[in-house]
Design a protein around this ligand. Structure first.
Ligand code: ACO
Length: 429
């Protein structure tokens, strides 16, 4: 027998029985609760979707209370240790780990879609040298929609898969070209014999050498960071991807929208802000004073807190370990001491303990990126690359979900009641 919830409407004294499934009720079922035949019926009010599930998903499981993150059932710790980013991308999109031939074909398809149409390069050259990488990335991904009009056929599986290869492939090229453009360096064509991350480093950093050889420890560290950032269930940017996808718009404009959501400082833009904050604090001695300012409400401690995690973010744990592997090659980033002290004090402080504020994925990632000589401004683009795999996986799931429909929330209208138009000359100052 289905589990149910009984609701008593104290306005009318009526009782209603509402079915529960997976510990949820359908918001639609509230509509029957009315205090008059001509009334609209009960709705729920939930700014920021704090307690509202917008979909059923089999991709990522997140238990924020227990600090658990799994992709398709596999713990993030195991994937970070044993898998590669492209294998994880396959897992997210297809639901299972690939066999050897499946992986070979997947890697081939993604890597052979890393090149951009030559006109895209010309388009990117139009950006000013100091354009923010996320602005360039968002606009260029969106422009891909005009290069691939076939992508509009979102109901066809083969067409969708082609866009998945193109998007996961080309996002590295676009991100690296935003950097080359800002530095005034020539664009580097993809080297499909390298790994996904190795090729990205090639497109970022190759200068006059005939062939770029990525440093293996750094290549691996970046791959681990990409795995950790690949998906995170219904976060703000993924929700944006699904919102736009719900209109059957093509996936390029949907990814552009998702990337725009990611760019905000409360979301993926936080990694850039963390580095700015650590630089501003500068020394371990200055940490207590900074914490005081945060507690007084002057600013937030960037890289801390999460809507869902009320425990240590498991990704932050892995990133912290990875940081030390990277520092063995690059030398220690001195800001790590400031970060460790911030974390130490915050985890003991009542303000943070009470609010269950722990370091999130962005707290340590910037230190690694900086040690690898990525400019701070490109950090959020480094997040957008792997998250593209998550966005397209979620989009693939959504398109075939028969329960999904165009996203269109309701509102509580609190504006003026009906009033008569007043001509301009009759309005008082
Ligand atoms: N520093 C100081 N106080 C904080 C922080 C923080 N980083 N985060 C939350 N709080 C406080 C709030 O002031 C609030 O306190 P109050 O109850 O006294 O008013 C309480 O904790 C709850 O905060 P909310 O804003 O209601 O939490 P919400 O779930 O809406 O926000 C968010 C989550 C946006 C991530 C928030 O913690 C934040 O702004 N963090 C800093 C930015 C950041 O690191 N973002 C990256 C998140 S991970 C990602 O997107 C990849």
């Amino acid at each position: 027998m289905a589990e149910t919830l009984t609701v008593t409407d104290n306005r009318t004294g009526n009782n209603y029985e509402v079915e529960m499934d997976h510990g949820m009720i359908r918001a639609r079922d509230l509509r029957q609760i009315r205090d008059g035949a001509d009334k609209f019926g009960l709705m729920s009010y939930d700014p920021g979707f704090d307690n509202t599930a917008s979909c059923k998903s089999a991709i990522t499981e997140l238990d924020g209370e227990r600090g658990i993150l799994r992709y398709r059932g596999y713990p993030i710790e195991q994937l970070a240790e044993k898998s590669t980013f492209l294998e994880v991308a396959y897992l997210l999109v297809h639901g299972d780990l690939p066999t050897k031939p499946q992986l070979t074909s997947w890697v081939h398809n993604v890597m052979h879609h890393t090149s951009l149409h030559e006109n895209t390069k010309k388009f990117m050259e139009g950006f000013h040298y100091d354009a923010h990488p996320m602005g360039m990335l968002i606009s260029t991904v969106s422009a891909l929609s005009t290069f691939y009009p076939d992508s509009k056929n979102v109901d066809d599986y083969e067409t969708r898969m082609l866009q998945v290869y193109r998007l996961i492939g080309k996002i590295t090229t676009i991100a690296s070209y935003t950097y080359r453009n800002s530095m005034g360096y020539p664009y580097i064509y993809p080297d499909t014999n390298l790994t996904y991350t190795g090729n990205f480093l090639n497109m970022m950093y190759r200068m006059s050498e005939p062939r770029y050889q990525p440093e293996p420890v750094l290549e691996h560290a970046l791959d681990v960071l990409f795995i950790l950032h690949a998906d995170h269930e219904q976060n703000c940017s993924t929700n944006t991807m699904r919102n736009i996808g719900s209109t059957k718009a093509d996936p390029y404009v949907a990814v552009a929208g998702a990337a725009a959501a990611l760019s905000g400082p409360l979301h993926g833009g936080a990694n850039e802000e963390v580095l700015r904050m650590l630089n501003e604090i500068g020394t371990v001695n200055a940490v207590p004073d900074y914490i005081k300012r945060v507690k007084s409400g002057e600013m937030r401690l960037m890289g801390f807190g999460h809507r869902v995690y009320k425990n240590y973010d498991p990704r932050a744990k892995i990133i912290k370990q990875t940081a030390y592997q990277v520092f063995e090659v690059t030398g220690k980033n001195p800001l790590i001491d400031v970060a460790l002290e911030l974390e130490r004090i915050a985890l003991e402080d009542e303000y943070f303990v009470q609010r269950k504020l722990y370091p999130n994925v962005d707290f340590y990632s910037g230190l690694i990126y900086e040690a690898m000589e990525f400019p701070t401004r490109i950090f959020t683009a480094l997040f957008a690359i792997p998250r593209t795999a998550g966005w397209v996986a979620q989009w693939m799931e959504q398109v075939t979900d028969s329960e999904q429909k165009i996203a269109r929330p309701r509102q509580d209208y609190i504006g003026s009641d009906k009033r008569e138009f007043v001509p301009l000359e009759a309005r008082s100052s």
